[in-house]
Design a protein around this ligand. Structure first.
Ligand code: 13P
Ligand code: ZN
Ligand code: NA
Length: 283
């Protein structure tokens, strides 16, 4: 069965590591994440955006993940990443998903609170955990495109009020990370993160972790980040290896063969991120 993120993130918070959340898209990417996390004994969150649920089909995704959990005797969360539509989220919870992000970060403060509050009341009836974002990350994540002018950092005082009034279980913070890769070195505002952590006692979430150097991710974990979201680096590893394999074997046509190097390349990134998060053996 599919679990909520609540217990995983609380344990990570107590023991000062982070649970990695990997974006998946299909059978192969689910296999890589689940097999690797199971091997390393790491708690894990499988994240999918609205576009991924549409692409794969929500019942297919849920079924594959439930089977994966059962086959491996390995409970994990299938998560709604950056979901915005309330009725869509509600129907996915009714279909069995127990870990959600409601992204109302593009709304003004009061509206953001109202929308998220409604989602929290609904989700908690199902014991589904709720993550929400205050401030706004830049960059591109599927259909979600935020340019620099629209992006905004999280205000620590507002974060405190936001968490109290919404009742969310975890908070996605905007401290300088962005979706996708970075032009040049990313800058994270650690002082801001420390202030947020002082004012907010729930687990904090770092989006846009692809392209952030190891030491910066580790430092953010030491300052209260309990969930680290990785998407782009996995996609790049997978597709680069696939392209390379077709270059070497232009006549390849068997997915059972040409998917293998791609899966192996993606697995390396999953292993590396689990190591950076410090989540191995924390199951
Ligand atoms: P990256 O693509 O930068 O890893 O961001 C992933 C993310 O934040 C998913 O919500
Ligand atoms: Zn994100
Ligand atoms: Na990124």
């Amino acid at each position: 069965y599919l679990i909520s993120s609540q217990e995983m993130l609380k344990k990570a918070q107590r023991e000062q590591y982070a649970v990695p959340a990997f974006n998946i898209h299909n059978l192969e990417t689910i296999q890589v994440v689940v097999d690797t996390a199971k091997e390393l004994g790491s708690p894990v969150i499988l994240a999918a955006t609205p576009a991924t649920y549409s692409y794969a089909g929500t019942p297919y995704l849920i079924s594959i993940c439930k089977q994966a959990a059962e086959i491996h005797h390995f409970p994990f969360a299938l998560h709604l990443d950056h979901h915005e539509n309330l009725s869509d989220i509600k129907s996915k919870i009714e279909a069995g998903i127990r870990s959600i992000m409601i992204d109302a970060s593009h709304y003004p403060f009061e509206e953001n609170i109202d929308i998220v509050r409604e989602m929290v009341v609904f989700s908690h009836k199902y014991n589904a955990s709720v993550e929400a974002e205050l401030g706004r990350l830049g960059g591109q994540e599927d259909d979600l495109i935020v340019d620099d002018k629209q992006s905004a950092f999280t205000d620590p005082d507002a974060a405190k009020e936001y968490v109290e009034r919404t009742g969310i279980d975890s908070l996605a913070v905007a401290i300088g990370s962005a979706h996708g890769l970075y032009k040049g070195e990313p800058k994270l505002d650690f002082q801001r993160l420390a202030k947020i952590r002082d004012k907010v006692d729930i687990p904090l979430v770092l989006h846009g972790a692809s392209g952030i150097p190891e030491e910066m991710v580790k430092k953010s974990i030491s300052l209260g980040i309990c969930k680290v979201n990785v998407a782009t680096e996995l996609k790049i590893a997978f597709s680069d290896a696939l392209k390379q394999d077709f270059n070497i074997h232009p006549d390849a046509n068997d997915p059972r063969h040409y998917m293998q190097p791609a899966k192996a390349a993606m697995k390396k990134i999953v292993e590396e991120k689990i190591r950076i998060c410090g989540s191995a053996g924390k199951l």
